[in-house]
Write a new protein. Structure first.
Length: 100
C-alpha cells in the first residue's frame, strides 16, 4: 500500500480531457496516483523556477501546474486553477500539453 500525503490545497472539481485519459489507459496507469502527487506538492518534471512558483501558489492562491511523464513517454499536465474571490479553487484539469 502506498502512503498518501495530506493535500496541500483543495482541488475543486476534477476534470480530464479525453486525450489524457487515453494516455493513462495506454500506460496502464490511472490518473489518481498523479492527482495525489500533485495535491501533495510533488510537481513532477518541472524546472526549479516552476517548482518554486508552485510552492508560492499554494500560499498565495495562484495557478498550480504539475507535469508528469508516463512510462509510455507521454507527458501529462495537471493544472489547478487560481482561487476565486471566495478563496476557493474551482477545478483541477488533467490534460496533454497539446490540448492546452
Amino acid at each position: 500500500m502506498v502512503a498518501v500525503s495530506k493535500p496541500l490545497f483543495l482541488l475543486g472539481r476534477l476534470l480530464s480531457t479525453p486525450g489524457a485519459l487515453a494516455a493513462f489507459e495506454e500506460s496502464g496507469q490511472t490518473p489518481l496516483e498523479f492527482v495525489q502527487r500533485h495535491a501533495s506538492g510533488d510537481w513532477g518534471d518541472l524546472c526549479d523556477e516552476d517548482r518554486h512558483l508552485n510552492d508560492e501558489a499554494v500560499e498565495n492562491g495562484s495557478r498550480i501546474l504539475s507535469a508528469y511523464i508516463l512510462p509510455t513517454k507521454a507527458k501529462v499536465w495537471i493544472i489547478t486553477e487560481a482561487t476565486n474571490d471566495q478563496g476557493q479553487r474551482a477545478a483541477t484539469t488533467i490534460l496533454l500539453p497539446a490540448e492546452y
